[in-house]
Ligand binder design. Structure first.
Ligand code: PMV
Length: 350
């Protein structure tokens, strides 16, 4: 127990994550239709600062993104805060100013809602400790932060932890939950301990379908039942692969997940084709390089055209020259970002 405060400032830095088993389709209050697994990144981060003081008359929430006022986001966050009145009853009594920035450029296919919402959720949990004067146990703190992040953006629930993270109930993962994500505390094969992700920028155009509209496409989707069964089976197999280090199986499942996600979007009503001709060209090139070089590299995709090229660190010296010579002509301005598995969020002292 420590003293409570009525004004203060908290900051958290939190990563984006890349899903290996995709969450696509939700039910109830932001609950997933199937379990997912992601890898948290190291360099693609959001840094969020939250300052609070007692509310005066007419005070409004304020939100700055990279130093500029963002009214549409402000409204989204105001609605989000209102929806959290059960979890954080103190919120209504404070004037809150938030400022956030990313370490990665806009529209690069890096999921910024995951890093932004997880860093905001962590700030809210730290604020709760300060204003109530009650410090909760570490596991409980992160569990609540994951649940709050989930309410903001499903995939953000996984960004509250580093390494490999599971979200969504599964019989094959004992502590799993639909409400919050759970980090892998069990053995992970050494090949995955410093796994790499090169994010290849095919197009920086704005997304044509928001992720909430995307999840909605799974309601009454003709393949929904089969997809959720497939995701459950992939989830179980991926748990085994992360322990065994079987890269061939890892790549098979990861690529199948990415293409299943896009297949589901293509045969939804309405239908979306988010892959660009260059995405397909890159996929062909990655697969033929893998065949000819026997280097275990594979790809995954978010709900967009950009490729996450995944490979063991031991292959980095061969993979980076391959990107430069064979893949970069198909990238927007030749641009890619090298990232890797990260250790998770950090509280920042200012
Ligand atoms: O968290 P959302 O609602 O933006 O959905 C994320 C969906 C995917 O990125 C396509 C898959 C995932 O599991 O991250």
């Amino acid at each position: 127990m420590k003293n409570s405060t009525n004004s203060g400032s908290v900051s958290w830095e939190s990563p984006s994550n890349i899903a290996l088993i995709k969450y696509w389709g939700k039910k109830g209050n932001q609950l997933p239709c199937n379990p997912s697994i992601s890898m948290s990144l190291k360099n693609s981060l959001s840094l969020t600062n939250l300052t609070y003081e007692p509310k005066g008359k007419g005070d409004q929430l304020s939100f700055l993104f990279e130093g500029k006022r963002q009214e549409p986001f402000e409204q989204r966050i105001a609605n989000f805060f209102e929806s959290l009145s059960d979890q954080f009853s103190f919120l209504k009594d404070f004037q809150i100013s938030i400022s956030s920035e990313n370490t990665f450029p806009h529209s690069t296919g890096i999921a910024s809602s995951a890093s932004a919402m997880s860093s905001l959720a962590l700030c809210l949990c730290s604020m709760e400790e300060e204003v109530t004067g009650v410090q909760v146990e570490k596991d409980e703190f992160y569990r609540k932060a994951s649940l709050i992040a989930r309410l903001g953006s499903g995939s953000a629930s996984r960004s509250v932890y580093g390494g490999f993270v599971a979200w969504g109930e599964s019989n094959s993962f004992s502590k799993s939950s639909d409400e919050y994500a759970v980090p892998f505390s069990q053995y992970i094969h050494p090949v995955f301990q410093d796994f790499q992700d090169a994010i290849l920028l095919v197009s920086s155009e704005k997304k044509v379908v928001s992720s909430s509209a995307g999840h909605q496409l799974m309601v009454n989707h003709p393949y929904a039942t089969a997809r959720f069964a497939q995701a459950n089976s992939h989830f179980e197999r991926m748990l085994g692969v992360l322990r065994s280090g079987n890269l061939e199986e890892f790549i098979e499942i990861m690529e199948n997940e990415a293409l299943s996600l896009h297949g589901l979007m293509m045969n939804s009503t309405p239908s979306f084709t988010l892959l660009k001709p260059n995405t397909l060209e890159l996929i062909e090139r990655i697969r033929s390089f893998r065949l000819s070089s026997h280097i275990p590299i594979g790809f995954t995709l978010d709900a967009g055209p950009n490729i996450h090229l995944m490979y063991p660190k031991s292959e980095k010296e061969k993979v980076v020259p391959f990107i430069d010579s064979d893949l970069s002509p198909f990238l927007e301005n030749g641009k890619y970002i090298i990232d890797e598995k990260g250790e998770g969020p950090q509280k920042i002292k200012i």
